[in-house]
Write a protein that binds this ligand. Structure first.
Ligand SMILES: [Zn+2]
Length: 426
């Protein structure tokens, strides 16, 4: 059981659908090899994605049409549910020489390793994916697959497409080259995340938040983590597989989480609330800086080398004038990436904090559910006594409102200060 879908935790239905589609895609290629021009039709606004030959007819009638292959897919689900894992696994299955995603053949292995020539992965580093990047991508995706199978473009965080980039992508999805497949990942199909027109051209694969038991199981099996640690981390990460792994393995991540969960008992007054806000913001900044500094330095050095910094020969002056522009462009990109990293770090902290107040709420309601944070369950229980269900709910809502405000571009410090005051006052 080590095929490409093995790491897709707790998503049985999606895996069945993707396996079927991969088989249908392989059938298209076989029909092509048998001297027919294979084609997929695009998903229309009204229909699901049908699967048909060039005449739109029943050429591949032996394959269940509902199981068919199509040119554009959207993987949706909460963060950590495995959207990009699913997209990559599907890409591998499309490139698999057996058409199954066996996990062993060169097609599977190079795709999973990120080196397949016909699989392009877009991982936005900044807050958005721009139109320039998207146009270049669409252009390259239109070329004939060098491996003879499919050109696959995986776009992580497709909700970060700018409007212009979205339009460039839409054009490609509307008239896709015969062998090109787009796999988009987004939190949901809400119009805020993905435009209605793009959505209408794609088949949607919804992923759910994987249950803690399934997450723990994969941590034990794949990462060799001790079962009790895996159980704790899976619960604390609230179904986020990557976060669970980090908590299980990285002492720094555990320390940051503990600092966040200490917030509720530190809120003893207005001053303390502001202090807690500062501490949270600064911790997110420090975490983000640690994660991007190394990449920043490496990139700058690489660019300077490429531009021949320090050159004195003929043309060096002209080259340096162009270089200034490129360096500026790089700095802009790095700044955008740093902002994104800060927001991600802060969001992780807010999710932990929300888990604490959720625990207080479920305890106040005596709901028969396991706590998110087993290690602060006693503290949440004390909170439940003091605040009752209503007060716990108000606090939970204050944390969620803070996330929403930051998402809507309110300055993080202002949003977090407002939240801390609300948490203190109740
Ligand atoms: Zn394979």
């Amino acid at each position: 059981m080590s095929d490409v879908f093995a790491d897709l935790v707790g998503q049985d239905e999606a895996v069945v659908e993707l396996r079927r589609a991969a088989a249908a895609a392989a059938a298209v290629l076989r029909a092509g090899a048998a001297d027919r021009a294979p084609a997929l039709i695009t998903a229309g606004p009204a229909s699901g994605a049908e699967f048909a030959g060039p005449d739109g007819g029943a050429e591949f009638a032996e394959v269940d049409p509902a199981a068919g292959m199509t040119h554009a897919w959207i993987f949706t689900g909460p963060p950590g549910s495995g959207r990009s894992v699913a997209a990559r696994a599907f890409a591998a299955a499309l490139q698999c020489v057996h058409g199954t995603g066996c996990g062993e053949c060169p097609g599977c292995r190079t795709t999973m390793g990120g080196t397949h020539a016909d699989v392009r992965l877009v991982v936005p580093e900044g807050l958005s994916i721009g139109v320039g990047e998207m146009r270049a991508l669409v252009l390259r995706a239109a070329s004939t697959p060098s491996g003879g199978r499919w050109q696959v473009v995986v776009i992580e965080d497709a909700d970060r497409l700018t409007e212009a980039a979205g339009n460039a992508l839409l054009k490609a999805i509307e008239e896709p080259p015969p062998r090109t497949v787009f796999l988009l990942c987004a939190p949901s199909t809400h119009p805020d995340d993905i435009s209605v027109t793009i959505r209408s051209r794609c088949r949607v694969v919804p992923l759910r938040q994987p249950p803690a038991d399934a997450v723990a199981e994969v941590l034990v099996r794949r990462d060799g983590i001790a079962p009790d640690v895996a159980q704790w981390a899976a619960a604390a990460a609230q179904g986020h597989v990557g976060r669970a792994r980090r908590l299980a393995r990285d002492p720094e991540a555990r320390k940051r989480r503990e600092a966040v969960l200490a917030v509720p008992r530190r809120l003893t007054g207005v001053g303390a609330a502001f202090d807690a806000a500062s501490a949270l913001i600064e911790a997110a900044e420090a975490e983000a800086e640690a994660s991007v500094t190394e990449a920043d330095t490496t990139e700058r050095a690489a660019l300077e080398t490429a531009l021949g910094a320090g050159g004195t020969g003929r043309g060096a002056a002209g080259a340096m004038r162009g270089a200034a522009g490129q360096l500026k462009e790089l700095e802009k990109r790095q700044k955008s990436r740093a902002t994104r990293a800060q927001r991600d770090a802060l969001d992780r902290a807010l999710v932990d904090l929300a888990g604490f107040y959720r625990d207080a709420l479920t305890m106040a309601l005596r709901a028969p559910v396991a706590p998110v944070h087993t290690d602060t369950a006693a503290l949440a229980g004390a909170g439940a006594q003091k605040w009752d269900a209503e007060g716990s709910l108000r606090r939970l809502e204050a944390v969620l409102a803070c996330r929403a405000a930051i998402e809507a571009n309110v300055k993080p410090r202002i949003a977090v200060e407002a939240m801390m005051l609300a948490l203190w006052k109740g």
